[in-house]
Ligand binder design. Structure first.
Ligand SMILES: Cc1cc2nc3c(=O)[nH]c(=O)nc-3n(C[C@H](O)[C@H](O)[C@H](O)COP(=O)(O)OP(=O)(O)OC[C@H]3O[C@@H](n4cnc5c(N)ncnc54)[C@H](O)[C@@H]3O)c2cc1C
Length: 325
């Protein structure tokens, strides 16, 4: 079995930040990532632009030079890839972690390929794995997607975009500009307040001029092969439809944490139990890093304010290893 000081679960920006910090301190570490490098960012829409400026996405104090005021997904992929390769970070890709077991002073980490032993584990699994479902009949039809990639596919098609935040609004504007006939369905009474400040006026103007049709205070009732049925404030409405982009947000895999023994708060946030200074959970020597720390509150932790978790955790681990020797 492979022996490590620390196994880092998740090769997103924060998992990589932990790897750099571990490497700098001379720890024997490995990052185990279920998909490709920075898998979540790879899954973002092809033309996506970050809301953060590039220096706020930097890890390990390595400069992120962008040609744009706000970096693009492609630039971020380039940055994290170059960082991982240039630092020769020890990363296993396409290897989902399936189980973390605490076997008295040592963790056994099981993946789809092998098993690792480690004294410490850091879970940095993010929140992009599970989309919030509409839970309506027809959601399993192939014309419904919960991850949007590229607008060209939807040219000349009747597209229903469900959601009011950045993912939905970006997709609505992009597909409209590539020739889709776009209808937005928003459960509340307005376009989300968190929508990027330079994007919100754009969508509001498209709605005002009727280029994008919007239904406020409306939910999807059923999806049929060539139509969707909406519950609007004025009653049921059936509209023709080719594709549904259900972009109503994503949630972390909290079951994965519970299976590892981490307890969650009893309220709707389901915040994992951990020490705010060290990021150690209620399971000794098991740490949480990145946006997973927020539980169901996925809007208060980002790359820019969670990259500091890496140094706090690695310093704690180094302190314990020093004491033990
Ligand atoms: C569309 C969009 C735009 C965003 N824009 C910004 C922005 O401008 N600025 C900002 O700071 N933040 C932004 N965020 C949030 C940001 O992307 C996340 O904060 C960031 O990716 C979090 O990094 P992370 O390393 O904690 O998690 P992630 O990047 O999600 O990384 C988690 C990794 O863990 C892997 N993983 C999950 N389960 C397992 C498992 N069982 N075994 C192995 N690996 C596993 C995943 O594949 C993934 O690669 C945005 C998010 C979205 C969705």
């Amino acid at each position: 079995m492979l022996q490590y000081d620390v196994v880092i679960v998740g090769g997103g920006p924060i998992g990589l930040a932990c790897a750099i910090a571990a490497q700098q301190k001379g720890l024997k570490y490995v990052v185990v990532e279920k998909g490709c490098l920075v898998n979540s960012i790879y899954g973002y829409p092809t033309n996506m632009t970050f809301f953060s400026t590039s220096e706020k996405l930097e890890i390990g104090n390595i400069p992120f030079v962008s040609n744009n005021n706000k970096p693009t997904r492609a630039e971020a992929l380039e940055y994290y890839r170059r960082t991982a390769i240039a630092h020769q970070l020890n990363i296993q890709l396409f290897e989902p972690v399936t189980k973390i077991e605490n076997k008295q002073h040592v963790f056994e980490i099981t993946t789809t390929k092998q098993q690792y032993n480690a004294q410490f584990v850091i879970i940095a699994t993010g929140f992009y794995d599970l989309p919030f479902l509409l839970n309506v009949p027809g959601e399993a039809l192939p014309k419904v997607v919960h991850y949007y990639k590229d607008p060209h596919f939807y040219a000349m098609q009747q597209v229903l975009v469900v959601g009011a935040q950045n993912s939905a609004i970006d997709a609505a504007l992009e597909t409209y500009r590539k020739g889709a006939k776009v209808t937005l369905v928003i459960r509340g009474s307005e376009v989300g307040e968190r929508v990027k400040y330079w994007v919100r006026p754009d969508v509001m103007n498209r709605i005002a001029e009727g280029a994008i049709k919007v239904y406020y205070n409306t939910t999807v009732k059923e999806i049929l092969p060539t139509e969707v049925i909406l519950q609007t404030p004025d009653g049921i409405e059936t509209i023709p439809n080719d594709f549904v982009l259900a972009l109503t947000g994503y949630q972390p895999n909290l079951q994965f944490l519970e299976d590892a023994g981490v307890t969650l708060s009893n309220d709707a946030i389901k915040k994992p139990t951990y020490n705010e200074n060290t990021h150690e959970t209620n399971v000794p020597n098991l740490f949480l890093a990145g946006v997973i720390c927020g539980g169901m509150d996925t809007h208060s932790l980002f790359i820019e304010n969670s990259r500091v978790h890496a140094t706090a955790i690695i310093e704690t681990i180094v302190g314990r290893l020093t004491l033990a020797h």
